[in-house]
Design a protein around this ligand. Structure first.
Ligand SMILES: Nc1ncnc2c1ncn2[C@@H]1O[C@H](COP(=O)(O)OP(=O)(O)OP(=O)(O)O)[C@@H](O)[C@H]1O
Length: 320
């Protein structure tokens, strides 16, 4: 369905991208690689620079410095050739309130010189169905809820097959059901081979749908990579419940762990970060062999949220 991919494996590459507004560095030295075929979550608290980044990627605002390549082509010089291959939803679409949702899309599609007028009607109908707006196709867009307008914007991005979709907070204004539907839509687009770059301040959204993630904080990138790798990189902790805390600490220390100080509220537990490569069953056997009466032993993983909060110093909303 898509045009032949160019040589580059990356759908988006940004290098040392910076945008300064007055004295503020809205985006500061961002280097980012979005592999083709990824569902790439661009995560960060409000004001961390996500929208400014997306606007630069799409050629809507010029970077102060740095370079961008989109689908293997340098931006902004190749903008005109690349943009038709990219669908975008940025900051909610402008709609004509007195036209129906369907007529809005007909009009937007007609404004696209590359679109095929002969297939317009069917493409518009299928895009509306795809975002769950089929039933409201003939209603005036001015009467749409924020969530419906958001879906109309998504439908606009789906009027043609795209190699890359860039969605800025696509679930803004959607209720939980709408949010689930957008997640499903993103998954089905990805299954068709479309690269999806989606920003969000909601970790839960990113976590459920993305293969890769980048985290912004105050204009700077704090981490990026495969979601499963970031998850695996989280610290694991061992907790041993025993009346023989001193002996347990001795055994763990001898195995290279660094048990933490006993706390008054949990006098029977010994906790320690669990280094990679240390098997819990061996530690358990060593504890038992040393005569430690083990009542319980547990390993807990750091959640992604713990990790991202540690990286950004800010909390994320975890619920939709
Ligand atoms: N046109 C502009 N002029 C001046 N400052 C701007 C402009 N656009 C963005 N900023 C500032 O740059 C910073 C980053 O904003 P940006 O909108 O990119 O963040 P964001 O992560 O997308 O947040 P949000 O989700 O709230 O939109 C903010 O402090 C914002 O006030």
């Amino acid at each position: 369905m898509s045009a032949a991919p160019s040589d580059s494996d990356a759908a988006i590459e940004a290098s040392d991208l910076t945008k300064v507004f007055g004295k503020q560095r809205a985006v500061d030295g961002l280097t980012l690689t979005v592999p083709r075929g990824a569902v790439f979550g661009f995560l960060g608290p409000n004001g961390s620079g996500k929208t400014t980044t997306i606007r630069m990627l799409l050629g809507l605002v010029a970077p102060t410095s740095g370079s961008i390549s989109l689908l293997g082509e340098p931006m902004p010089s190749a903008l005109a050739g690349v943009l038709p291959r990219v669908g975008a939803l940025v900051e909610g679409p402008a709609v004509y309130p007195y036209l129906s949702g369907r007529d809005n899309l007909m009009r937007l599609d007609a404004a696209d010189v590359r679109s095929d007028a002969a297939t317009r009607k069917t493409r518009v109908a299928s895009a509306l169905d795809r975002v769950g707006l089929g039933h409201a196709a003939t209603k005036k867009a001015g009467t749409y809820s924020l969530g419906m307008k958001q879906r109309l914007g998504l439908a606009n991005a789906l009027l043609r097959d795209r190699e890359l979709l860039v969605l800025d907070e696509p679930t803004n204004g959607l209720d939980p059901q709408g949010t689930r539907e957008v997640r499903g839509l993103i998954r089905s687009l990805a299954a068709d081979g479309t690269t999806v770059f989606v920003s969000s301040h909601l970790l839960s959204e990113i976590e459920q749908v993305c293969s890769h993630v980048a985290v912004m904080s105050a204009g700077r990138l704090v981490t990026q990579g495969r979601l499963d790798e970031l998850r695996a990189a989280g610290e694991r902790r061992l907790t041993v419940t025993t009346p023989d805390t001193d002996a347990a600490r001795g055994v763990l220390t001898a195995r290279g762990l660094a048990p933490e100080l006993l706390t008054a509220d949990a006098p029977d537990t010994v906790t320690a970060p669990l280094p990679a490569g240390l098997a819990v069953e061996e530690l358990t056997a060593a504890l038992v062999a040393a005569g430690v009466r083990v009542r319980g032993i547990a390993v807990s993983g750091e959640t992604l949220e713990d990790r991202f909060v540690a990286l950004t110093g800010e909390g994320f909303d975890v619920a939709g």
